[in-house]
Design a protein around this ligand. Sequence first.
Ligand code: GLN
Length: 470
Amino acid sequence: MSTASGEASARDAVTASLARALEVGAGRAGLNILLYQDADGALREAAELDRRDLPERGPLHGTPVVVKDNIATTTLPTSCGSKILEGYVSPYEATAVARLRAAGAIIVGKSNMDEFAMGSSTENSAYGPARNPLAPDRVPGGSSGGSAAAVAAGIVRIALGSETGGSVRQPAAFCGVVGVKPTYGRVSRYGLVAFASSLDHVGVFGKTVDDAASGLQAIAGLDPLDSTCAAEPVPDYRGASRGGLTGVVIGRPKEYFPESLDPRIRAKCDAALEHLKSLGAEVRDVSLPHTNLAIEVYYIIAPAEASSNLARFDGVRYGLRIEGDGLRGMYEATRSNGFGPEVIRRIMLGTYVLSAGYYDAYYRKAQQVRGLIARDYAEVFNSGVHLLFTPTTPTTAFPIGSKSDPYEMYLSDIFTCTANLAGVPAMSLPIGRVDGLPVGGQLIANHFDERQMFVAAYALERELGQEAHR
Ligand code: GLN
């Protein structure tokens, strides 16, 4: 398989990727990582790319990539892991996808996900759970579980995911790969099917830090098609590999290392922090005091926005339609059959917290607390701290079917959803294993300072070497 170097031909790279997908059983009957594949289309594109002269080749020439099923592609369906959009093919392409293609990447498949990105395990997919390639009886995490798993299984080195509350970082941690959530506004969301617009991001997975940096490099930057996309200049992320950590202050927020934290995960984090120190960083104890309110705040704001965004799936404009008694009956039949139980739960929760009489008590209050969470970050970053280091998740990948209580599932996002609430960039990278299962370490930076995050990630990855996967 080719990397960003462009040495191997696009055709060889795509052929190897398709063969690997077959070998691991990535399709619905196997690991159920990929919902849609387009072998012929990918090979055709590869042949076209290979006809280009060297100077015309992009930085990702011939690099096979997998795209989460809620990011619009014109060559493959975009069903958001939902029955309501089964077989739906978008008439336009997401900006992130168009930019990957322009850089020479080739889309080889659309990945399984929790329906409409609501979940932390990919068990909420209408097409059945995806499996973790490292331990097939366990979840790959979610909601971008299929993308993380495709990278972990060696099908691609770069994949796109989406993040509303941790959906790239958490599956990256569970699958032992790198996952980046950029700053809110860094990457265009044009063509990302909206879940909770004030929290949604396009994110990227990489086999290595460099793969993730190459992917982000290709998709970052201003897009007139997304009014929330920022004009901040995009630095050279791959150049961060040459950066050092001398003088870099890394905060260790105490709220992310509670008494109850699994001691084996704590030990991996402590070891990573020791490595960062040995590389010249100063590690400082800090506090983000409103962290304990994040899950409650997230699970008010995200469902509220979702209830509004998902109103468009009404049987008229997109996908599924089930006739009923009149227009109202058609809406009811379509939506109650087309959406799965978690999506219905979110829509009901969201409608409730937005309704007259409850709006102030829930939604407005949650927005106020969200402001405090963002202020916690601002204060820490204004006090001379450049980065934060935390565990990405409180546990390693859990067995499929082991979390039946939705609240227990929501707690998987405890260390990740604050970065979405505050809009700051964050990433997860492998820092070791517990009982053979990957543990992710999380780096969080100030707004638009992804480069600083990559400096530390490159250095830590190099320093850990094989220890990251042991
Ligand atoms: N697990 C969270 C949720 O269910 C986050 C999902 C996401 O980031 N898309 O909402």
